[in-house]
Design a protein around this ligand. Structure first.
Ligand SMILES: [Zn+2]
Length: 216
């Protein structure tokens, strides 16, 4: 892997991490972003505000989690990121504590299919059972919730999504947070219960989304 490729990937990663803050998906340093470059995983460091990250702060680990680049410690959520890269074809992972998604994670074990964009994440979004942050237990719960999905909620914690690119992983997080917001808004209307999509309707949307590439 060339130095140039790593520098470009770090630049894109920091840009995505900053966007999670400016778009209100992350407060302070409470989320983390990673990208796979060859056999390396670039990952945001623990506890450093994203607007202060420079190319000199590049943190890279191998798939076993051994740090091969950088002096700052990788995010404490590294086990979740690595587990996704080991078991899927993901090239990027975004983790946030987005407010509506985190709120929804405390109410249900699966986000009710309130909108067809659930199909863009592979189907109704599951909620992984709670485990302490940064633990292999949490990574294992998350992987089960991600079965046939590209995103899930973590109970009393937040969101995880992955994709082929940083932009795709980021967009999936934004869509997931938006869907949780729609569901919370609909369920808070007194005396009403929101209508939900059937499995057949979601399947139909998934087929159309995969055919057109443009969600409309
Ligand atoms: Zn977290």
């Amino acid at each position: 892997m060339t130095q140039d490729a790593i520098e470009r990937a770090w630049d894109a990663l920091v840009g995505t991490a900053r966007r999670t803050v400016t778009d209100g998906l992350v407060v302070g340093t409470s989320g983390n972003v990673s990208a796979r470059v060859g056999d390396l995983v670039l990952v945001t460091p623990s506890g450093v505000p994203y607007d202060r990250l420079t190319p000199a702060d590049t943190v890279a680990v191998d798939l076993d989690g051994t740090q091969v680049r950088g002096r700052l410690a990788p995010t404490s959520e590294l086990p979740m990121h690595l587990e996704i890269y080991r078991r899927t074809t993901a090239r990027a992972v975004v983790h946030t504590h987005a407010v509506h998604a985190t709120a929804a994670s405390t109410l249900v074990t699966e986000l009710p299919p309130i909108h067809y964009m659930a199909a863009a994440l592979g189907g109704p979004v599951r909620v992984a059972p709670y485990a302490l942050y940064g633990t292999p237990d949490l990574a294992a719960h998350m992987m089960r919730a991600l079965d046939d999905r590209t995103g899930c909620l973590l109970r009393n914690h937040g969101t995880v999504t992955y994709g082929d690119t940083l932009d795709q992983a980021y967009d999936r997080t934004a869509q997931l947070e938006w869907m949780c917001r729609v569901w919370l808004t609909a369920t808070s209307a007194p005396g009403h219960t929101p209508s939900l999509l059937s499995p057949a309707e979601l399947h139909e949307a998934a087929t159309k989304l995969s055919g057109y590439g443009q969600p409309h």
